[in-house]
Structures are given as C-alpha cells and as structure tokens.
Design a protein. Structure first.
Length: 583
C-alpha cells in the first residue's frame, strides 16, 4: 500500500508523503503524469518484492549408469508453468565419476511470494562423448535420465536452513522398486536483494509555477527500463509554498533501482490536487552519480528543454544531502529466521449471495468440480500462505448466517464445532465451507467488526508468548457493510498488531466501502474517536478485476503482504532469529 495523505489543504493542494514501490505501468510505462493512477502510484499494481534466489544443488546415492566408471551427473532445474509445461531455469556443470555430487554452478530464479512456483529437478548422467560440449548446448534426450524431484520454491525458502532434501523418482513417478538417491536444494538470496540506499534530497532556487503563491514541490524518481520507458519507483512528500525544499529521507532498494548504474529520471513537480502536476525541471542520473554528488558536496541543475531550440533552461538545483548504502534484513531473512504467517479466513453467508442450491448463486457448488469465487479465493490465498505456517491449523469462520441453533451469527465456527474454530489445512477450510452451506441458512446483514476483533484478539494474545507470528485474515464477501464505522474502529485498533486483512469481493456489488477500507485513496483510516490507524493493514481486490493477464486478482492481492509484514517488524526493530524453544 501507499503512504498517507494529510488532511491539510493549502492553496487548493493537498500534501502527500511516503515511498512507493514501482508499479507495473498500465500505459506501457510512458504517458502522462496527470491522473490519479500516477498520483498514488496505483498501489494495487505496485511492483512486488522480488528477490533473486540462487539455488545450490547436491545429490547423494545416485544410480550408477556407467559400466567401467561412475555416473557423470548434471542437474537441470525447470519451472512448471500454469499450463503444465516445463520451462528450463538453469543447469549445473557436469561432475565426473560421482554418485554424490555437489555442483558449484548456481541456478538463479526470481522469488515471487504471491504465487506458487513449482520446480522440477531432473538429474542426468552425461555421456562421455559430450564432456567437451558446453552444458547449455547439451541435448538432454541423448543423456541417461537418473531421476526427478518436485517441490515448490516456497518449501525451500521457508526452511530454517533454506535447504530441502527430496527423494528422486523415476520420470513416471511410479517406479519405486529402485533407490534412485536424493537431491538437496539450498536457497540463498543474492546480496543485491538486501541492499538499500538511504538518500536525502533538497533543491534551491526552483522556478515558481504558481501565480498567487509559491510552488508546492515534490520529487518523483523513475527507473529507465530496457524498452526505453520509465517506471516510477518512489516519490517524496510535498513541501507547500517553498522554492528551496528539503525532503525527508527516502529508502531505495536495489530491487527498485535495478543496479547502481541504472539510469534514473528525477523530476521535480509542482503538486496540484486535481492530479495535473506541473513539471518544474528534471535530470537523468544513476545512484552512482548521486553518490558522487553527495561526496563532492556538489549540485546538479534541473532543466527543461527550451521552446526555441535544443538549449535547456535552468529551473533550479538539486543537492544530495545524505547518502548511505546499507544492507537490511529481507522478508526471507525473517521467514527462515523463524517468523511465520498464520492464515485465517472468514466467509460471507448473507442472503445476497443467492440460494446455494441455484446455479446463479455465488455459493453454488458445481457438481462437475468448477470452483465458485469463494472456493477460488480460499484456494489461491491458502495455497500460497500455507507454506509459511508450520502447523497449518487455520482459524475459519463464517458471518451473516443463521446457524442450526436458530440465531443469526456474525462470527461462527465454519466447521460447526461449538468450541474449536481451527481446521486442518486448506482442504479443511474447503470441506468446512461445503458442509456449512448445508447447515447454515443465509441471512444478514453484512458485519465485519466481530470477525476482525476475533482475529485481532488472537494476534494480540500471540505477542505474549511468540512475537514471531504474523496473522493474515482473508475476508471473502459479496456485499455492502452495515457496520462500516464499527469495522473502521476495529481496523484502526488492530493496526498496532501483527495482522494484515485481505478482502476479496465476489459478485458485482458496489465495493466503494472496501476501497475506502483499503486506503488506496491515500488516507489512513480514522476511528470514531479520531484515532488514526498506525499503519495500513487492509488490502482489497474484486475477483472480477483483471491484472494485465499477468496475475489473477487474488495473486495481485498477495503482492503487498511481504511489504506490510516488513513495515511492522522494521518499525519495531525486530530482528530475524531462531524460533523460541518451548518448555
């Protein structure tokens, strides 16, 4: 999510602040900068926290296919695509005469939290006649197949030592008569994935763009990509009525920058509340260039092309007051250091969903196995998060339904138990949901407050015995809230806790309220007593929303969860570490 917008309006302009991750541009990276998409960086389309992962492989007790010597093994790593096809990620070198190889060559892959990343590892015995051929040129069909293993990348990175050992199987997976050995995969983040730069800017003698007051400047920094377009990666807060602004420090990661030598466009703009920001001047520099400016205590001129020719017109100077390169703990550092994401789910059983027995109901269970929107949301979110929860015991509730005792409940146990609200695994949630449709009568109204308070109570109680737990509540709903203010109060109260709330909207209802809870308009939620949320903990997406064919709506919802987690732990200076030993 983005930063916050202050409520202070001055000169028809409204101040904003915060650092934003780079969005996936919806106009190809070019285009104008005069709409709300640019203004708030469209947080839902924000660039996820990619990490470059290096996979190291080793194997033991491989099958010996050579007669006069031992096998000469090589490993090939594939990513299994959504259509089931295998796409090669990388190959190791060939190790001669070894049944217990430890390959030196690393296989690099981009880790994406928000989606399942199935991996397939094939081990081959490379024929002697191919030993002088580069491994990339080897025809794998000409090599002896020694075995394969399957896993998800999440299974590797969530291990405390980031190492997963798998038993090799035959290509069909059915031949268990022979011991084909094992393969071990170790994952390590590249250093660049953890490197960040704290940088502070100021400007002097800016050109004034306002008629009756001074400009309200802010900086926007964009990374130039290979296509020639640019992707915004951060913007400063707005400084009202000031031609010599000093902005708060920004933290830029190498994930955002690409590299220290990657060209950046730094634009200084005069803020307007209607989104029609006026460009004052701009420069193109890399982070390395900015480091030199800071070291030499020099400035660089902000310019604009002249209307009369190729000459540029001076519009002000830019200074780098502070520059500090640092290494910070990453999301995966915390996960492998013992932190967990604990999944919870709440399902809407209000009557507006339609009679579950009818095919046009949002709760209709298709006899041919096609999933309804509730089932899709549970599966897509649950399948990702389950790897980050060690016991896979998930609290599951329903709300807005009439339970077998005749009362309408706004937080009942999905499994029908009078005492236990946990189910076992994603399959347990799916089974409890299906059973509840036979035992619960759809009713209403739509209230979130009780469910959120229950989740917050669980998250709060965990702080007393294990601060390494972070909770993720998925709410799936089709309707408009009746307790909108109570829901806001519950969210504001929960904003201090290790909790994120993911809301998925199903059907075609008006989800304006959910957008407000999400906070993509830049405003942090405020309670009925005037308290402002400590941080943004809500993400909302309608299932009907399409994200450029790259991700499903639910996967796009998950993109920002690692960032919300990091905001929580970093604000409290919490460090990765081993899990506590329970007595």
């Amino acid at each position: 999510m983005g930063g916050c917008m202050s409520g202070d309006v001055k000169g028809g302009k409204q101040a904003i602040g915060g650092t934003y991750l780079a969005p996936i541009p919806r106009d190809g990276g070019g285009g104008g900068h005069n709409d709300a998409v640019d203004f708030f960086f469209r947080a839902r389309g924000a660039h996820p926290l990619f990490s470059q992962i290096e996979l190291s492989l080793s194997a033991s007790k491989l099958l010996d296919r050579d007669i006069t010597s031992k096998s000469d093994p090589m490993a090939v790593v594939y990513a299994r695509k959504s259509d089931g096809k295998l796409e090669e990620v990388g190959r190791t070198e060939v190790i001669l005469n070894s049944l217990n190889p430890s390959w030196i060559s690393k296989v690099t892959i981009a880790y994406q939290f928000e989606m399942l990343q199935p991996l397939v590892i094939h081990i081959f015995d490379v024929d002697t006649s191919y030993h002088n051929i580069p491994v990339k040129s080897l025809n794998l069909n000409d090599q002896d197949f020694l075995g394969e293993a399957n896993c998800f990348l999440s299974e590797i990175v969530t291990r405390q030592n980031r190492t997963l050992t798998l038993t090799l199987k035959s290509r069909s997976g059915h031949d268990t008569s022979r011991n084909l050995g094992t393969v071990s995969i170790h994952a390590e983040e590249t250093v660049a994935s953890k490197t960040a730069v704290d940088i502070s800017f100021r400007c002097s003698h800016l050109d004034n763009k306002d008629m009756f007051s001074l400009s309200d400047p802010f900086l926007r920094i964009s990374r130039i990509v290979e296509s020639g377009g640019s992707i915004p990666i951060c913007k400063t807060e707005v400084i009202n009525n000031n031609l010599n602004p000093v902005w708060k420090p920004q933290c830029l990661t190498m994930q955002q920058l690409g590299s220290k030598d990657n060209p950046l466009v730094i634009e200084c703009l005069d803020f307007n509340s209607n989104g029609n920001h006026v460009l004052i001047g701009k420069i193109q520099k890399s982070i390395s260039d900015l480091e030199i400016l800071h070291r030499e205590k020099a400035c660089v001129n902000l310019t604009m092309p002249s209307h009369r020719g190729p000459d540029k017109v001076l519009k002000g100077q830019l200074f780098v007051d502070n520059f500090l390169e640092k290494e910070q703990h990453s999301f995966l550092d915390y996960i492998s250091g013992g932190y967990e994401l604990n999944f919870m789910v709440a399902v809407d059983f209000t009557a507006s969903n339609g009679d579950p027995r009818l095919s046009d109901s949002l709760h209709y269970i298709d006899p041919f196995g096609r999933l309804n929107s509730y089932q899709k949301a549970i599966m897509e979110v649950g399948e990702v998060i389950q790897f980050y929860d060690s016991d896979k015991h998930f609290p599951a509730w329903g709300f807005g339904g009439r339970t077998p005792d005749g009362a309408v409940s706004h937080c009942f146990n999905l499994n029908g138990s009078p005492t236990g609200f946990e189910v076992n695994g994603v399959e347990g949630i799916m089974s409890a949901y299906t059973a509840a449709l036979h035992n619960v009568t759809l009713a209403g109204p739509t209230l979130f407050g009780r469910v959120i308070n229950n989740a917050a109570q669980i998250a709060g109680q965990s702080l007393s015995h294990d601060h390494r737990k972070y909770y993720v509540l998925l709410i799936i709903t089709d309707g408009v809230l009746t307790d909108f203010q109570e829901t806001k109060d519950a969210i504001v109260k929960a904003s201090d806790l290790p909790l994120s709330i993911l809301i998925v909207g199903v059907g075609n209802a008006d989800f304006t309220q959910m957008e407000i809870l999400d906070g993509d308009n830049g405003r942090r939620l405020e309670s009925s007593t005037g308290r402002v949320a400590t941080r943004d903990i809500v993400q909302f997406v309608p299932m009907r929303e399409v994200h450029s064919g790259r991700l499903s709506a639910v996967q796009a919802l998950l993109e920002e969860l690692p960032g919300q987690f990091l905001t929580y732990v970093r604000a409290r200076d919490m460090k990765p570490g081993p899990r506590p030993q329970l007595a």
